[in-house]
Ligand binder design. Sequence first.
Ligand SMILES: [Zn+2]
Length: 380
Amino acid sequence: MSAPKTKLIAALFCCLASIAISVHVWLLIAHSGLWIVPVSLGAAILMSCSALSAVQKSRKMPSKSVVITTEERRSEDLARKDRDSSLPLHAFTIDLEDYFHTDVASQTVNHDMWDQMPSRIESSVRRLLDLLDQNNTRATVFTLGWVAHKYPQLIREVSSRGHEIGCHSYHHRIVSRMTPQAFRADTQLSKEILEDVVGRPVIGYRAPNFSITPGTEWAFEILESLGFLYDSSVNPVRHKLYGNHGAPRFPFYIPKTGLLEIPIATWRIGRVNLPIGGGAYLRLLPYAYTQLGLAAHKSRPATMYVHPWEIDPYQPGVGKGWKSHIRQTGGTATMESKLSRLLTSARFVPIIEAYEDELHHSFSAVPAQRLHSVNLAQVV
Ligand SMILES: [Zn+2]
């Protein structure tokens, strides 16, 4: 068998092993269907062994391949991305918060302690912005109101570097644990601060931990009444904290409102929606998993997300136990290189550009008296 053919077989086994490992870890994350864990792990080990053996065979064969450095390949990818408008178009988003604002950190750090925590947000955010610049990418940055209040200059810099600013609540409270009154007050405070800091309308909202779930639909009406035109809090997967697996996978208008819902990307296999939107799934699983999921998404934009603390392997430990430790810091050392690969694989734009047509429809459906001075052209 020729070397290229053997390498192809090795790559195929690697992909299959990646999927098996991914399903295995995903099931561990989602805490469901544990019966399949030993099966998927066994399949992953078998396929990895086959891939290794195929690679060893190909090494014994002479090859005339030209050595191309990673940097050269990256430059080629970027150049191709710039000229190739046929590359898939996706939405890239950031949930801008510090490492001690997360659900894991809330096990040991309460709101009263936030001011005393050693912040790492400025360096993480600037590294993330530089990475986006290097890949000619702009994003929607859902920002915590608390951060905008404390670091207004940082948020102004995010906006001035061409990114859309969205709202990620003020106190990072889980919506399903709040009353409608508390949700309204928290969201309104954050929106006002963000708009004051960047001097632009804020029209998009994302709930902490995608926590607008069945039973909290009242939140959509409140968002609409506060002047939001879209929400991106629905993650249509099975998960004990933010599962919303019965929701549509693609953008839809919330019934009886003009609010556009933009769900997080998923990969449909059979009757199951696998999470491929980024975050922990990109950090902890092999990159091939996200790559294959996005390939299946190519005919419609996928909405991806990341947090600044996910590229920071030196963040202080928060949370209790090894599971929390993995959820918060697992894969942070390799996340930046995975993001770099992701950003060269497609064209990524802010939500307002990826879903421009749908938002214009939403915009025209909103009664004029609620629009105030909102103009889509002013958002980015
Ligand atoms: Zn968050």
